[in-house]
Design a protein around this ligand. Structure first.
Ligand code: SAH
Ligand code: SF4
Ligand code: F3S
Length: 480
């Protein structure tokens, strides 16, 4: 509980690499919180975009003289950066608020703020539903946080949930909150224009907009100069990145990736997330061209059945998705591939569920995030269709999906035994300080014993794999 800016990961982005990210150094201003008169505590839920936004919020508060604290009990300002993607994500936030209630009772001056997607979805209603909340701020309104805090200090509850068509926080240099000093996330766009019928994101994050390309490249270069060796370019749909200033250069996602890759061959480039309908051959060829662009694509399929995909408004068919996977493998033969799957969407039959299983087997995903459908108020699906698949059927289908993926992952990881990979060291293994942990280009976690060589986080090594589980490769370093 006492971790600085403790991150409670939703099941959504609970990556194996978490192992490599925990217990690492924190942001510079955390070193001496006593130099700040006021302290804030922030917890983030949901996707990487939210974690990345918390770093922007930290930067804004830092400018206002707030230092971070590990311990919410001593904070003047407690913030929850929330997620609405599924009912369960919202429930987790409500439970956390209850935990804060006790502390607030004994420290009446403490302010509690709710940020992020749930703030945007519920707006002022949050203040009625959760009496202990003082401040509600949506994802595009973080610049106004200091003013809102001042209002709340004056005893007035304050809300700003205005969405913007322009805000990208391009000029704000994020304070890296929970950093291992090696890998960082860089937000390249905000919002989403793809009205997938099940999804609340377009409502909570607003219209899609791309961040100034130069500011992205500058942020990545600065990270590299500070010793970081991997950046992940973040957006809900990175392939539709498009920046075209009047009179300036038009930058597509492929070009942006190239610009970042050219900063240094020692800087790895990753990205997340791709929409199958938008990922182009241009992007695939750019990935193939640069060794430091990692050979890994997260390509959410959601369902393997064309009728369900249509109801989901995903705008591709089963065949189209499979052809895209084939194309990826043609252009980048060693590409790692992962996906997102939803079980039990409205009206899904057993045969249609079987189509999801078969698309997974045919695509041979290395990893997947798997969910049962959770109806979200206000979405197209909630308005148009009935959430008619019983909970136990959704759960059983999800179990079948998970079991299949476990086998696929096992096969994929076992197939790597005997291969040698370049691995970027991200830190010590959580289980043993005698081992390093890092990832290969395909995003698989690799654990290997430290040897006498003078190595450190951020170094690249070659590791030969001798065994595997369904989520980790184990190996030994070999000479260059
Ligand atoms: N922008 C990304 C994903 C955003 S949300 C994309 O388009 O791929 C991450 C994942 O959560 C989705 O891919 C989907 O699988 C899942 N998800 C979204 N809404 C959901 C809902 N209502 N119920 C269950 N899972 C959902
Ligand atoms: Fe949601 Fe679809 Fe946008 Fe992804 S692409 S955030 S699933 S609406
Ligand atoms: Fe959740 Fe919002 Fe991300 S709903 S998944 S935090 S964009």
């Amino acid at each position: 509980m006492a971790d600085l800016l403790q991150k409670v990961h939703s099941e959504l982005y609970k990556k194996d690499v978490e192992e490599a990210r925990q217990g690492e150094a924190f942001a510079p201003f955390a070193e001496d919180p006593n130099t700040f008169s006021k302290k804030f505590y922030i917890e983030s839920y949901g996707c990487q975009m939210n974690f990345s936004d918390s770093e922007i919020v930290a930067s804004i508060l830092h400018e206002e003289g707030y230092g971070a604290t590990r311990n919410f009990e001593e904070a003047n300002l407690v913030l929850l950066n929330t997620c609405s993607i599924r009912e369960k994500a919202e429930q987790t936030v409500r439970n956390r608020l209850q935990a804060f209630r006790k502390v607030k009772d004994s420290r009446p001056g403490m302010l509690i703020g709710v940020l992020g997607c749930m703030a945007e979805r519920l707006k002022a209603k949050f203040l009625e539903e959760e009496k202990l909340v003082d401040i509600v701020v949506g994802p595009d309104a973080y610049r106004t946080l200091p003013g809102l805090v001042a209002e709340a200090e004056g005893g007035q509850k304050s809300v700003n949930v205005l969405l913007s068509r322009e805000e990208t926080y391009a000029d704000i240099s994020p304070v890296r909150l929970d950093s291992n000093g090696v890998t960082a996330f860089v937000s390249i766009m905000r919002g989403c224009n793809n009205m997938c019928s099940f999804c609340v994101v377009p409502f909570t994050r607003g219209r899609e907009r791309s961040r100034d390309a130069e500011s992205i490249v500058a942020e990545c270069r600065d990270l590299f100069e500070r010793g970081y060796r991997e950046v992940t370019l973040l957006g809900q749909n990175v392939d539709s990145y498009h920046f075209a200033p009047t009179g300036g250069e038009e930058v597509t996602f492929a070009l942006l990736m190239e610009k970042v890759a050219l900063i240094s061959p020692l800087l790895r480039v990753r990205f997340s997330t791709s929409h199958p309908k938008d990922i182009t051959d241009d992007v695939l060829r750019t990935m193939a061209k640069y060794e430091n662009i990692c050979k890994y694509i997260h390509l959410p399929v959601q369902s393997g059945n064309t009728r369900i995909l249509q109801l989901m408004n995903r705008t591709y068919t089963r065949e189209w998705y499979l052809a895209k996977v084939k194309r990826i493998r043609e252009i980048i033969p060693d590409c790692g591939l992962s996906t997102d799957v939803i079980s039990g969407f409205c009206t899904e039959t057993e045969e249609e569920h079987q189509d999801t299983l078969s698309v997974m087997a045919l695509s041979k995903f290395d990893m997947a995030y798997m969910f049962s459908y959770s109806e979200r108020p206000g979405t197209l699906a909630a308005r148009r269709y009935t959430d008619d698949i019983p909970e136990e059927v959704k759960k059983r289908r999800l179990t079948e999906i998970i079991n299949l993926q476990n086998n696929l992952s096992k096969e994929s990881y076992t197939a790597d035994i005997g291969k040698t990979f370049e691995v970027l060291i991200e830190g010590e293994s959580k289980r043993s300080d005698m081992d390093w942990v890092g990832r290969n280009s395909q995003n698989k976690v690799v654990v290997f014993p430290k040897t006498e060589r003078d190595l450190k986080k951020g170094d690249y090594v070659r590791v030969k794999i001798h065994s595997a589980t369904s989520a980790t490769l184990l190996g030994n370093m070999i000479a260059e």
